[in-house]
Design a protein around this ligand. Structure first.
Ligand SMILES: [Zn+2]
Length: 69
């Protein structure tokens, strides 16, 4: 009987990256700044820094794709 290591262990969600990169201006932040905004577009998470989030607050709330900006 061959023992096989179990693969595909239960992992509901992948760990969040240690660094976030603003999808608009490319600013890098360590951890998850509370002022940053996470926008899900087509199932992909995009993060925006405080400045970009404020500038595009309406677009984000309107769930518009960043391509529209
Ligand atoms: Zn930004």
């Amino acid at each position: 009987m061959a023992e096989q290591e179990q693969q595909g262990q239960q992992s509901p969600e992948p760990p969040e990256p240690e660094q976030l990169v603003c999808s608009r201006c490319g600013t890098v932040a360590e951890g998850t700044p509370p002022t940053w905004t996470c926008s899900v577009e087509n199932g992909v998470r995009h993060y925006f820094c405080d400045a970009c989030a404020r500038a595009n607050l309406r677009a984000i709330e309107g769930r518009l794709d960043s391509d529209w900006w």
